[in-house]
Ligand binder design. Sequence first.
Ligand code: GLC
Length: 799
Amino acid sequence: MQYGYFDSKTREYVIDKPDTPAPWANYLGSPAYGAIISNNAGGYSFVKSGAAGRIIRYRFNEFDKPGRYIYLRDDESGDYWSASWQPVGKPLREYKSLCRHGTGYTQLEAEYKNIRSEACYYVPHGAEHEVWRVKVINKGNVARKISCFGYVEFTTDSFYEQDQVNLQYTQYITRTYFKDKFILQTINENFPMGKQPEHVKSRFFGLAGAKIESYCGDRAKFIGNYHDYGNPVSIENGRLCGTLNYNMNPCGALHTVLNLAPGQTAEFSFILGEKWEKPARELIDRYEEKTLPDSEIAELRTYWHSKLENLKVQTPDDNFNNMINTWNAYQCFITFVWSRAASFAYCGQRNGYGYRDTVQDIQGIIHLDPDMALEKIKFMISAQVNHGGALPLVKYSHNPGHENKPEDDSYARETGHPSYRADDALWLFPTVWKYIAETGNTGLLDEIIPYADHGQDSLFNHLKKAIDFSLNNLGIHGLPAGLHADWNDCLRLGQKGVSVFVALQLYYAFEIMIRFSKFKKDSAVEKQMAELKERFGKIIEEKCWAGDRFVRGITENDVTVGKPGDPEANIWLNPQTWAVISGYADKERGKAVLDLVHKELNTKYGARVMAPSYVKHAFDGALALLFNQSTKENGGIFLQTQGWVILAEALLGRGGRAVEYYLESCPAAQNGIAEIRLMEPYVYSQFTESTESPFEGRSHVHWLTGTATTVMVGSVEGILGLRPDIEGLLLAPAIPSSWKSFTMEKSFRGCKLNIKVNNPDGKESADGCKKLTVNGCEMQGNYIPASVLKPVNEVVLEM
Ligand code: GLC
C-alpha cells in the first residue's frame, strides 16, 4: 500500500494518506537546536543533547505522541480538528491532508469543512529556536469564526529520564507564567542564580502575528481528566482557562480567534525555544514581520539544495534518481551531522560520536560537500590515540591532546567503553582516500594533527600508526585480533581470536598506504607496505579461505566461524564483499564468492548478514544469538552491508546484480509496500527482518544508520562508476543492460561535468568501453585526467 510520493522538483516526500503504518519523520535544525517531527506533528525538540537537553516531551515507544499540536475549532458549531490529522483524527472521508517533508522543514496541509490550514515547521538555519508558521484560509463562501490553539508539553527537567520517572522530584521544580505574547516556563528558578546556572532553565512558547485570546500553562487543565490529546477539554470548551502550573506538569497553550471572510487568509507563527524572558520577547517581536518565515524557509531550501546540486543524476530508474539526488543524500547529511544523537529509536543518551560510525558517515557526503567532510576528518583523526588505536566513542566535549582513553578507568566510566575495537581506526583509510581523491587535496597528508591523548603527527603518520595498532594486536595465526568487536558489535572472538573482516580492511589499508607513499615518493614506506600486503595476503589465503568462501573469523580456541558445513552461520556476507572491495580477491574468485552470496544469502529484500541464523550452534562469543532469528546481526538483512555488496558487484562489472541488490533494499522502490516495510519510504533503516521472521520485510531503526553512507558510496562509486583518484576521475559505470543511457551533473574540483553515458548495446560495465570524450577530445580508456578539465565540461562515454 502507498501513502505518499516523491516530488522531485521540490525535493519533498509528500504523504497524502496520513494514517501511515509508523510515524514517518523528518529532521529540523541541528543538534545545537534539534527537532524531530512526524507526519502527524509528533516528536520532540532539544537543545544540544537529545537526552540531557530535552525541552518538549515525547514518550518513546508510544508511536509519536505527544507533539507540536495545532487545534482548529469552528466557534459556531463547536466542531474541532487538528492541523495534522492526529491527534484529533477526523474521518479521512472529510479530512484531507498532505504532509510535505522537505529539506529542513515539514509542512502539514489540511482541509476540513472548507477551512484550509498550512502549518510549516522549521528551525531557521543556524538558529536555536523553532517556528510553526501557520496559515488558515477560508475556502468557503460564508464568513467563519475559527479558534486556533497551539500546544506544547514542556518537560519538567532537561534530562528526559528525570522528566519521565523521577516524579517525586521533578514535578515540583517548575512553573509557568503568562507574559502577554508567550508562556514562559521555568525550571529550578529558586536556585541561587549564578551558582549552578545549568540547572536553571527557561523555555517559552509564543505567538506572533495574531492576538492572544486565552492561554493555559498547566497540562492537566489543558487536557482535562479522562481526556486525551485528541479531545482536550479546553478545545471542547473553545477557551483556555488561564491556569498556570505551579508544580506538576507544565505546558504552553495559546489561543487566537480568526474571523475569516470568504477567501480570507490569516497568517501567524508560534515560536518555541529555550530562552529567558527578554530574549524570548525580542525574538517573538521579530516574527511580527510576516514575511520573515518565507525568507527563512527559502534560506533553508537554498542551503540544502545547493549541496544536493553537486551531483544530479537522471537514470531510467526514478527510485534511484529520487534517492541519489535527494533522499539518500539528505539522509547522509543527517547522519553526518546528528551521528546517532536522537531519533524515535535513539533517545540521545550516547554522548559522543561512535568512531567507526562517524568515520564512515563522512564518506556519504564527500562528493557533495568536501569541505564539511574535511573538518570532520581532522576532528576524527584527533581522536586517534598516540599508539594508533581510536577512541571507540569521541565525546561531544572532545579535547584533543588531553583525552582519557580506554586504558583509563575514567574513560570507561564516562563512556561505557572499556576497550578498543579492532576496526575503528581502519575506517580512516577508505575515508581519507575518498576525500583526497575527490578533492586532489594531497596537502592534507602533511597536515599536523594532534592525537587524542598526547603528541601530534602528520596525517600520513597518523595513518601509519593505525596500521601499527593492528600489527601490535595480532591474534592466532598472525591475523588481526577481533578485540572487543569488529564492525559487527555482536562478535566476541576472544583475546587472541581473529577477524577476517579486519584482515581484509588491513589489506585494503596497505594498498591505500602504497598509493599515498607513491605520491609522496616515500619508497621506504611504499616497500614496507607492499611487503606487509604480501605477507598478510598469504595468511589470508592460508587461514581464511575455505575452498568456496572466506570465513568470518577464528576464535581464540581455534574454532573457525563461517565455514562450509557448519549447521548455522556458515556463510557471512562481509568477508565475501570485502574480499572484493579490498582488492584481495581477483575477478574470478570475486565472482565465485558473490555468486555463492547470491545463492545463499540473497532474499527479496536484500542479502542477509549471515545464514542460517544462530539458534543452537552459536560459539561462546556470538552475541547475535540473543536476537530473534532473521533479526539484526542474527541473520537479518543488516542494511549497511548492502552498500558493500552493491559496490563489490559493481567493481566486478556486474551492473545487473549491483542494481538488483540496490532495488531490493531501496526505500523508494518499496513505496508501494509500506504496510510491510512500515518505515519511511524515503529513508534507509538499520535492518530488515528476513526469511525466518513472520514479518519478513519489516524495517527498523530509521534515519541514523550507516546504511545511508554505504549505499550512497555503492551507488556513486559503484553503479554510477564515479571513481576519482589523485590525478583524475575514472568513469566506470556498472549498470543493468536495460539502462540504454543516463546523464549526470557533477561538481569536481571546482569544475562542472555534464556527463552523458550511452549504452546502446546494453552492456553492464564500462570495461573495454568504446570511447570517452571530454569537450570533444577523446581520452585514453575511460579515465579523465583532472588536467584536461575546464570550468564546464561536456563528457560523453560510449559504453
Ligand atoms: C550498529 C552500530 C555500528 C555497528 C553495526 C553492526 O549499526 O552503530 O557501529 O557496526 O551496528 O554491529
